[in-house]
Design a protein around this ligand. Sequence first.
Ligand code: NAP
Length: 268
Amino acid sequence: MVLPCPMDTDLSGTTALVCGASQGIGLATAVALAGLGAHVTLFARDRLRLEEAMASLPLVPGASHDLALADFAEPGGVLAAASQAMERAGGFDILINNTGGPPGGPIADAPGDAFLEAMTAHLVNNQNLAQLVLPGMRAKGFGRIVNILSTSVKCPIPGLGVSNTVRAAVAAWGKTLAGEVAADGITVNSVLPGFTDTARLASLFEGKARKQGTDTGTVRNEALATIPMGRLGRAEEVAAAVAFYCTPAASYITGTVLAVDGGRTPAF
Ligand SMILES: NC(=O)c1ccc[n+]([C@@H]2O[C@H](COP(=O)([O-])OP(=O)(O)OC[C@H]3O[C@@H](n4cnc5c(N)ncnc54)[C@H](OP(=O)(O)O)[C@@H]3O)[C@@H](O)[C@H]2O)c1
């Protein structure tokens, strides 16, 4: 006998703001949330790419999707565009914090401004967006905030000095916020992608190959050798974890970090 599954993953009637949603992990997350019934607002810089992305989203009956444009280097513009999108959506139940990763390179060579820029893009925007959506989430007694970070939160990755530093700060931010909003039915969690086959990873591999005077195939093989599953992750595999955090089924999970990395991170 097949028992009915008691797990509630239905997001019908909810609204989601997905940052960095024109490609990669952000787009895959938007697709996953839309597939579960959410109305999704895709947020990034490039209108054409966003329009194409929006056209690729599943549309369940009664839902529609929207887009918002801003450069995450400019928090004022991000907040203004998100506020307008929130007005159109009638509030956001789900916020996915995500944007392009900081440039790679040894931390000893990083200019001080690189930390300011990365903190602005990753932390200041998260804070502003959270403050924008929290009153509505509190009023509803339901909210989901998911930060897309990196496994560097558990083990810093050589050659990604600025990113390692900023990810740790955002993880601490999320953990702190989780405790403050838990009693309001709002959860805050972070997903840590491992090597995931996207444009970001391709550009990191290219950069490393240039620096080492080798080719991207060699760099890719070196990376694969560190992954127990022996392959790169797919954006959809990361998105599935993000989407699960957003469902009613994940109601008692907050303040956590979850690596989606094929077993690569050598830490619990
Ligand atoms: N892929 C991996 O292996 C991996 C591993 C660990 C962590 N991560 C992190 O996970 C996040 C997503 O990675 P991904 O691989 O999906 O990256 P991606 O393919 O490069 O996509 C990045 C997304 O962010 C948007 N974006 C970039 N810069 C922006 C800006 N200044 N303002 C607004 N939007 C901006 C891009 O849209 P537009 O360019 O159209 O604006 C795009 O939608 C990044 O922070 C990355 O560092 C990735």
